[in-house]
Design a protein around this ligand. Structure first.
Ligand code: HEC
Ligand code: HEC
Ligand code: HEC
Length: 438
């Protein structure tokens, strides 16, 4: 703390730095700037990757599974030996927006710097102020990557960066508060890094598009066995049937009349979006509503009462219908409509109607719990059926769900279920489930 109290000139002497660097440090102590940085760190969800379950905030060490091996997040607390306490604003910016560590080595794109490249310098500065002055230093050493040689060599990442990481955004005035769509685009493409999960990736793991210039952007992608849905305007499997208010409510409370957050999205809501201001949530929602559908001319599914009748009268004796009655109907009801904001509807849900059934299989095998949020604290949960239902039973109940109440999506096969079951996180020797990998 002494360091902050020193004058800029004294700092320059002590650290041999330029006066402007010293001024940066001094400016970093501005409480308003630190507070703004804390808000931006929420919007960027830095904590999700830089903190282990039960670990100290931002001390790093979380394992991130990538197709080539395990990458561990870094200690980004202001600890001088193990964290980023020695980073200047310029060093911090190099890591955050350019993907280059202080020692010049390239970072793995498990750190979403291709999205953070969109950040305006003023926001980088606020984040820097927060990480230097608003975060407690933790002496936690960084862990080495678990990627086998030769893929562990970092120099090819330079090539990757040159090819796929976008140029850092030129400085521009922040969009006026009144320009909601521009503000929403800035948050979604940039700090929110929504595309890191929701945009499909190419063979060399780059997001197919980092901006809305292509309809691949936010078109849906698989993350840890879940489908991070299509967030474009498609009416069957995208957000076409959601109003702006529906999107705001989902991001703020983790649930709405269409769905509830689960898988990786439950953490995004808990750690990040529930903390955003209503103005920023409306900006995100109004921007998402401008995204054209992937497939023009999808027809919106319409609710049909036939399934309800067949289940009530016992006319449907198929295995899928019986499995649904025995395992699911108590919560999701024979009408398929569930109980609003308690047990989500399965009728007409974009998750249920997506072509790729990964999310459905994963939630049935593993169960789920809604994130508890300030506006909706109850973590309504769904039990795991992995031990109770066979691959064939999961397939038949989901095929039933996908063809009922007006839903219209392809059948689920036992081999699809087997594949996802095999990839589930294994219990460790001491019986604890390993920390979820994001
Ligand atoms: C999706 C996961 C993820 C998110 C979100 C994320 N990071 Fe990272 N970050 C990583 C990983 C993984 C590394 C280490 C990469 C490597 O070793 O190549 C890293 C590295 C860094 C580094 C470099 C540290 C060093 O040793 O030089 C900084 C600085 C950093 N992150 C800051 C941030 C900030 C600030 C945010 C929020 C705005 C953030 N990160 C959000 C995964 C993430
Ligand atoms: C760590 C990965 C991850 C990130 C980052 C992420 N999402 Fe998600 N998102 C998911 C997954 C997985 C689902 C599917 C599960 C669900 O519906 O909750 C999902 C679902 C959603 C849904 C519900 C869609 C539906 O049809 O039910 C919305 C809306 C959404 N995300 C918006 C966003 C926005 C906006 C951002 C950026 C601020 C974002 N997500 C960032 C993983 C992510
Ligand atoms: C005890 C009540 C309960 C039972 C029984 C139950 N569910 Fe759920 N279900 C929930 C809750 C609560 C959620 C939200 C979980 C979350 O957000 O993590 C949910 C979410 C879902 C979703 C995601 C819907 C969306 O769009 O958000 C699907 C699909 C689903 N359940 C299918 C099933 C199937 C199939 C069965 C039977 C095999 C079943 N559920 C049994 C309570 C239940």
């Amino acid at each position: 703390m002494k360091r902050i109290a020193m004058t800029a000139a004294a700092l320059a002497l002590v650290f041999g730095a330029s006066a402007s660097r010293a001024a940066d440090v001094a400016a970093g102590a501005d409480p308003q700037l630190v507070q703004r940085g804390a808000y931006l760190a929420r919007a960027g969800d830095c904590i999700a990757c830089h903190t282990t379950a039960g670990g100290k905030p931002f001390a790093g060490g979380l394992a991130l599974a990538t197709p080539i091996g395990t990458v561990y997040s870094s200690n980004i607390t202001p600890d001088k030996a193990h964290g980023i306490g020695d980073y200047t604003l310029a060093d911090f910016d190099q890591a955050l927006r350019h993907g280059v560590r202080k020692d010049g080595v390239s970072l793995y794109p498990a750190m979403p710097y291709p999205s953070y490249a969109k950040l305006q310098p003023a926001d980088v500065q606020a984040l820097y102020a927060y990480f230097m002055h608003g975060v407690a230093a933790q002496p936690t050493p960084n862990r080495a990557v678990g990627i086998p040689w030769p893929l562990s060599m970092r120099w090819p990442l330079r090539v990757w960066r040159a090819k796929f990481a976008p140029a850092v955004a030129p400085s521009a005035p922040q969009p006026a508060a009144a320009d909601q769509v521009a503000r929403g685009r800035y948050l979604v493409e940039g700090l929110g890094h929504c595309g890191a999960c929701h945009t499909p990736r190419g063979v060399t793991l780059q997001e197919k598009s980092l901006t809305d210039s292509s309809s691949d952007f936010l078109a849906g992608a698989i993350v840890d066995g879940y489908l991070a849905n299509n967030l474009r305007g498609d009416v069957r499997d995208g957000l076409g049937a959601w109003s702006e208010q529906d999107i705001v409510q989902f991001l703020k409370s983790g649930r709405n009349g269409h769905s509830a957050a689960f898988g990786g999205m439950a953490d995004v809501v808990a750690n990040s979006t529930q903390h955003l201001s209503d103005a920023d949530l409306h900006a995100i929602a109004s921007y998402l509503k401008t995204l054209k559908p992937v497939q023009a001319g999808q027809t919106a599914p319409a609710y049909s009462n036939a399934t309800y009748q067949a289940l009530r009268t016992g006319a449907d004796k198929s295995e899928g219908a019986l499995d649904f009655l025995n395992n699911c109907a108590a919560c999701h009801r024979t009408s398929g409509k569930g109980y609003k904001e308690t047990f989500p509807t399965l009728a007409l849900s974009p998750t249920v109607n997506a072509n790729d059934p990964s999310s459905l299989i994963s939630i049935v095998l593993q169960g789920g719990a809604m994130p508890g949020t300030t506006t909706a604290p109850t973590e309504f949960a769904m039990p795991a059926f992995g031990a109770r239902l066979s691959d064939a039973e999961v397939a038949s109940v989901l095929t039933f769900v996908r063809g009922s109440w007006g839903n219209h999506a392809p059948a689920v096969t036992a081999s699809m279920v087997a594949k996802i079951r095999k990839a589930l996180p294994k219990k460790t020797a001491d019986g604890a489930t390993p920390e979820p990998q994001r």
